[in-house]
Design a protein around this ligand. Structure first.
Ligand code: TRP
Length: 355
């Protein structure tokens, strides 16, 4: 493949606005990688129907919200491609072909699928399409033949499946030997690169709330009501931080405080660029020489400074939603050109061209 830059693909399911967990898990990475890679960002609205088939209006709104979140976060539509999953027909077609390459028990072993069935209380009544979605995600990725896919930790099983399907397709239809090293598949005549995963600097951000009954801090999530959104204003951020769970045994500033498992310090470690302040303040916290409020105020400043430029770009795009739609249309057209090319090549390799 003759490419000026290596290609990157990633995206989000349209189940609500993006929060700080998305930022440190993936979004910040994407913004930084835009110059080095030819980036494709998929807004996965079909995937949202796996659990929201009864709420189409919500999914529609979420497509727009996530597009604005991307643009606000600093994804530059002049150099990167943002597109809508349901508009790319090649993805749906490849999903069907790829589904033949995945044994059913293999799907059921996917730990993310198991977790989701449990966490979302799906019982045994999940739709066929829910089980199919990892294969649909494989198609999201392979349709664009990217080299890298930056995602959060929970997506690792889907990336592993993507690598398996790509190897199998290349072996079955492109005649690549099964002993080939992953990085050599394309050079040996395979259609699909075996993608590399790229994790964000923080694998899993915890939320602003306390631990569960087993004492584990819960991950940041809209449904757990413990998220700070990229779209929150300074007042909301201040309120959320002020209400944040800290060391429950510490009742006043002169009590000695715990640093471990304390969201206040987990957030400072991740977001506060002033490591010297953080180290000194931790010492004082342990010794009972600094109050929660002072440390929380500092964290508010840090987060407001992070969100500031995001909020400024958001204001621009929220005023001009026709511009947002134009960006989505342009991105989707460009994505479709790539997708149609991949589909044609895939059908050639599968010997299914007739006319
Ligand atoms: N499943 C991903 C999530 O929920 C979103 C997604 C859909 C995705 N298609 C993708 C991520 C392709 C990476 C590549 O966040």
């Amino acid at each position: 493949m003759n490419r000026l830059k290596p290609r990157l693909l990633t995206g989000d399911t349209t189940t609500g606005r993006l929060h700080l967990g998305h930022w440190v898990g993936s979004l910040e990475n994407r913004v930084a990688l835009q110059k080095e890679f030819d980036c494709y960002f998929i807004i996965a609205n079909v995937q949202a129907f796996t659990t929201r088939m009864d709420r189409p209006g919500e999914v529609h709104q979420s497509v727009i919200d996530i597009a604005i979140d991307y643009l606000a976060a600093g994804i530059n539509p002049q150099i990167s491609t943002i597109f809508i999953q349901s508009e790319i027909k090649a993805i749906a077609e490849l999903t069907i072909f790829f589904s033949m390459l995945v044994p059913f028990p293999r799907l059921m072993r996917n730990p993310t699928i198991k977790d989701e069935i449990r966490d979302k209380g799906l019982g045994e009544n999940y739709p066929v399409g829910f089980l199919l979605y990892p294969i649909n995600q494989v198609a999201d990725i392979l349709t664009f033949r990217p080299e890298i896919v930056p995602v959060g930790e929970d997506q690792i099983p889907h990336i592993e499946l993507t690598r398996e399907v790509a190897r199998k397709f290349n072996q079955l239809y492109c005649g690549v030997d099964s002993h080939t090293a992953d990085e050599d598949y394309v050079a040996k005549g395979g259609l699909f690169p075996i993608v590399d995963l790229k994790l964000g600097r923080t694998r899993r951000l915890i939320g602003t709330g306390g631990p569960d009954c087993a004492g584990h801090l819960l991950k940041m999530s809209k449904s757990l009501n413990n998220a700070i959104f990229l779209s929150d204003n300074a007042d909301t951020i201040a309120k959320k931080v002020m209400n944040m769970y800290t060391d429950p045994k510490r009742l006043k500033a002169s009590d000695k405080g715990e640093i471990e498992n304390n969201p206040l310090w987990i957030f400072h470690d991740i977001f506060n660029p002033d490591a010297v302040w953080v180290d000194e303040a931790k010492e004082r916290y342990r010794a009972g020489k600094i109050g929660d409020v002072e440390c929380k105020k500092k964290l508010i400043d840090v987060l407001v400074a992070l969100i500031g430029p995001i909020a400024a770009r958001r204001a621009f795009y929220e005023k001009d939603q026709t511009e947002v739609l134009a960006i989505l249309k342009q991105g989707t057209d460009k994505a479709n050109a790539v997708a149609e090319e991949t589909l044609k090549l895939a059908k050639e390799f599968m010997q299914q061209i007739y006319f």
